[in-house]
Every structure is written in C-alpha cells, then in structure tokens.
Design a protein around this ligand. Structure first.
Ligand SMILES: NC(=O)c1ccc[n+]([C@@H]2O[C@H](COP(=O)([O-])OP(=O)(O)OC[C@H]3O[C@@H](n4cnc5c(N)ncnc54)[C@H](OP(=O)(O)O)[C@@H]3O)[C@@H](O)[C@H]2O)c1
Length: 311
C-alpha cells in the first residue's frame, strides 16, 4: 500500500511512518521543511504545504491512503494569531482532502483531537471540529482519531510543563496553574498510539469510524505536574492561578517568548478524557498500555530508555 503522510516528519508522524515501513508499506512523509531525521531509510520525504493547494497534487497522485498529521500546537499562541488554527487545521485539511479526492485516493485518515467541536470554546477545538466535518463529507472513506494528550520522547507536553514552571515560578516549590490544574487528561504513549493509527490506515473494518483514544489513567494537570517534577526528584505544590493574575502572567510569558493567550488559558482548563476509550477496536486492552508513571520511571516497571522523559 502507498501511504502519504502530511506531517509525517513530526512527533507522531515519525512513529507512524516507522510502523508502516516496518509493515512493508511504501511511505511518503510530507512537510514544509522535510527532514529524514528519525525516519527509517525506506521512508521518502517530500516538501509540501497544506495551505498551498497547488503543492499537493503531485504529492498524493499515486497514494492509496492519505494521512493528515499536520499540527499547530494548542499550547502556544500561534504566530499570526489564533485564527491560524482555522488556516492550518480546517483549510489545510480541506486542501488535502480536495487533492486526495481529485487523485481518487481510497482512504483519508484524519488526526483530530478529543473535544473537537465546530462550536467549541477555543480556536483549536473549533478548527479541529470543522476539519472533521470536511473529512466526513469527502469522497474517500475516512477514519478519524481523537487522541488525548500524547507523550513520548520528542513530544512537547512534558517539556511544556517544565518550561511553564521555569518561567512562571522559577526557583520556588510552587506551581500556579489555571483552576489549580483540576482539569483531567488521559495521556497515551506514542508507542501505543502508532500501531493503532497504522491499523486505521490499513484495515478495512475501520472505514467510516471516529475513535476516541486515551491511555490507561485519567490524571489531572496537577497530578501530571507533580509526577513530572517527582521524576526529577523535586517536590512542588500546585496552587490555583486566578484569572486576574493569569492575565498578568500571560503578558509576562508573551514578553519572554512563551506565547500564551486567553485561548491557551482556556484550553488548560478543559477536560481531555475519552467518553468511552476506543482502544478495544484495535484489539488493545487499557491495562496493556504504558502508564505515564512507567514512562517517567516512577514505578520501576518502565522502559529504561524512556525514563529520562525528555519529551
Ligand atoms: N501531540 C499531542 O499530544 C497531540 C494530541 C492530540 C492530537 N494531536 C494531533 O496529532 C497530529 C500530529 O501532532 P504532532 O504532535 O506529531 O505534531 P508535530 O510534532 O508538531 O508535527 C507537525 C508536523 O506537521 C508539519 N507541518 C506543519 N505545518 C505544515 C503545513 N502547513 N504543511 C505541511 N506540513 C506541515 C510539520 O513539519 P514542518 O514544520 O516542516 O512543516 C511536522 O511534520 C496533529 O494533528 C495534532 O493536532 C497531537
């Protein structure tokens, strides 16, 4: 099978390209500035930009499946403003879907996010919801994945947690978080997610499905922050960050090159958990998934190579 993966050079893309290559498929990773770092020799890299419709035709011309993993992080205010989420996630998806349709591609696999909603409360969530509508209305059969936050070496989430504390409360054992960090996540390890995505690319019975995917544990942002710092041997107290102070803090963060705004403040208070974890659709039991503790090396049962938690 020939699979073209837009965003194939990114964090999740690198793992998916590797998984599909190991299964014997022809894989092309597309990005604006493609690099083969971390990709197997068999994966071809090509330059393309989902915001440039005309760049996409030659890239998808002979694809059986197109996968969209192009990302603009919800954790930071984008260059160009929050409207960029619509440009990249909705319009970018529409461009890629249009090219796939014209090329007669069989299947389009879309990476969405938990809570995706055309009328949601942040630009990211709305753009993801509208992109899903585009994918569902298109000719190629579709498979949509809505994961919770994804962790693993090379991911941004753990790094983000450490950096936010460094800037916001340097040198003190206190960590102010919006709402006290009560919002819940269901983090999934990228090494567990990639084989499910690969099944979504190749297996016929996933056509037309939307899957909510989470890891084995539901953890508050407060739990996650405590674990990240425990793994470093540091103890912290998470305290609520009031809206008034947050506004000052967000301005400070912006001025030191850590772009956050009202959307990011809002998204750090939204729950990010599955209504019904769909990992079973891939023959996987929650109990078999890597826990965040294992990844951080907090249980002794984790993979030593991953325990450095550089993500
Ligand atoms: N990581 C998570 O925790 C998480 C959670 C839920 C959902 N997701 C979704 O999963 C997908 C992959 O996320 P990720 O964490 O792997 O992202 P990532 O590491 O930031 O990778 C993004 C990829 O998209 C490419 N890209 C960005 N803009 C592009 C454009 N205009 N045209 C073509 N390629 C472009 C990047 O390469 P260039 O910069 O060279 O173009 C890179 O290959 C995204 O849809 C994201 O929203 C991620």
């Amino acid at each position: 099978m020939r699979v073209v993966i837009a965003g194939g050079t990114g964090f999740i893309g690198t793992h998916l390209c590797t998984e599909l290559d190991q299964r014997g498929h022809d894989v092309v990773a597309v990005a604006r500035e493609p690099t083969s770092a971390g990709l197997p020799d068999g994966v071809v890299t090509k330059a393309g930009d989902v915001t440039d419709r005309d760049s996409l035709d030659p890239l998808v011309a002979d694809a059986d499946v197109v996968v969209n993993l192009v990302a603009l992080s919800p954790l930071f205010k984008p260059d160009g403003g929050d409207e960029m989420h619509d440009r990249i996630h909705r319009q970018g998806t529409a461009n890629l879907v249009d090219a796939a349709e014209e090329a007669g591609v069989d299947r389009f696999v879309q990476m969405s996010a938990l809570g995706a909603d055309p009328n949601g409360t942040t630009h990211y969530i709305r753009a993801k919801g509208r992109a899903e509508e585009v994918v569902r209305d298109a000719d190629p059969e579709h498979v949509i994945f809505r994961p919770s936050v994804v962790f693993g070496d090379g991911g941004e989430f753990v790094h983000f947690t450490k950096r936010l504390k460094e800037i916001f409360a340097p040198g003190v054992p206190v960590y102010p978080l919006p709402g006290g960090g009560k919002n819940r996540f269901q983090p999934i390890w990228v090494g567990d997610l990639a084989p499910m995505l690969a099944d979504g690319v190749t297996e016929a019975d996933h056509a037309g499905e939307t899957y909510e995917i989470g890891g084995p544990d539901v953890l508050s942002l407060r739990d996650i922050s405590n674990k990240v710092f425990d793994a470093e041997g540091t103890s912290i107290s998470v305290v609520p960050l009031p809206m008034g102070l947050a506004k000052v803090g967000l301005t400070v963060l912006g001025s030191v090159g850590f772009p956050m705004g009202a959307d990011q403040y809002r998204s750090l208070q939204l729950d990010n958990v599955t209504a019904d974890n769909d990992v079973g659709a891939f023959g996987v039991r929650e109990a078999d998934l890597k826990t965040f503790d294992e990844y951080l090396g907090l249980t002794g049962a984790g993979d030593a190579a991953d325990a450095t938690a550089t993500a």
